[in-house]
Design a protein around this ligand. Structure first.
Ligand code: COA
Length: 257
């Protein structure tokens, strides 16, 4: 249905959460999967999940902050599967800290993982990307435009990611490469939600925040990622597509403050 069969996807942060959900969807559509993440145990478990869907899978332990390691990871991926059709830049880090308390190192850490990580991924991936035909999908968040309290680091990093998405769309569009972002709202059963809404009360409040008044499912984000990577979206580039239950419409008001 999605014209993804036989293509190859390279996903950072692909060992868990939203990005593993996307990898699973791609695997079910017949794609070859390359997962890159830091934690080897989680990577091994994720690889088994992907192979359980019948897909070929390579799992590469690396940190998106390490440009040299990223270049090496793409070499390994290209050697195994050839040109890369789809890159999903999903690696991210977040925690709650008020701006007055956050150490400069904490701010830099999240900027380096989120924004720097997307740049490193695209920069290292470019030589191996199918041209024309390649598709880049960065995972952003409503924080890119909504200034959530206690998340100055993630707010700034996600805003930077959205400009990276547009910058790359402009530079690589003439080569036939599309660059897109997905902005997921509160998605159930993810590390992000566990960190940002750690109590049942906070989770309940988060679920009420979108105008659809519920949490999203990983599968709902994955369906969007499959559409965007497919030929059905061949004339769409340089934009961030929300999958947030309308959270972006109400912003901080959705959180009651
Ligand atoms: N509150 C305030 N500051 C914090 C913090 C917290 N809970 N956690 C980390 N920091 C700051 C600190 O300044 C820390 O350095 P310090 O302890 O020397 O002062 C700095 O960030 C780096 O933290 P560290 O744990 O050494 O970095 P890391 O590279 O191992 O981990 C994180 C990166 C902090 C983003 C970590 O939360 C992570 O790996 N997250 C990945 C998963 C994730 O967040 N998923 C959800 C995405 S929405």
């Amino acid at each position: 249905m999605y014209s993804l069969n036989g293509k190859t996807a390279f996903l950072t942060g692909g060992s868990s959460g939203i990005t593993l959900g996307i990898a699973e969807k791609y695997a079910k559509e017949g794609m070859n999967i390359v997962l890159l993440a830091r934690n080897e145990d989680k990577l091994a478990a994720a690889k088994a999940v992907i192979e359980g869907h019948g897909a070929a899978c390579a799992a590469i332990p690396a940190d998106v902050r390490d440009a040299e390691a990223m270049a090496g990871a793409f070499e390994i991926a290209a050697e195994k599967f050839g040109e890369i059709d789809v890159i999903v830049a999903g690696a991210a880090g977040n925690f709650l800290a008020m701006a007055k308390d956050l150490k400069p190192k904490g701010f830099k850490t999240v900027m380096d993982i989120d924004a720097g990580g997307v740049f490193n991924t695209y920069n290292a991936g470019f030589p191996h990307l199918r041209k024309p035909g390649g598709c880049l999908i960065a995972i952003s968040a409503p924080q890119a435009t909504i200034p959530y309290p206690a998340q100055i680091h993630a707010n700034a990093a996600k805003a930077a990611i959205e400009q990276i998405v547009r910058s790359v769309a402009v530079e690589w569009g003439p080569l036939g490469v599309r660059s897109l972002g997905i902005s997921p709202g509160p998605i159930a059963d993810t590390e992000g939600m566990a960190r940002l809404a750690p109590t049942p009360k906070a989770l309940e409040q988060a679920a009420k925040a979108p105008v659809l008044t519920r949490l999203g499912a990983k599968e709902e984000v994955a369906d969007l990622a499959a559409f965007l990577a497919s030929d059905h979206a061949a004339y769409i580039t340089g934009t961030i597509v929300p999958c947030d239950g309308g959270l972006g419409l109400v912003g901080l008001a959705g959180l009651g403050g």
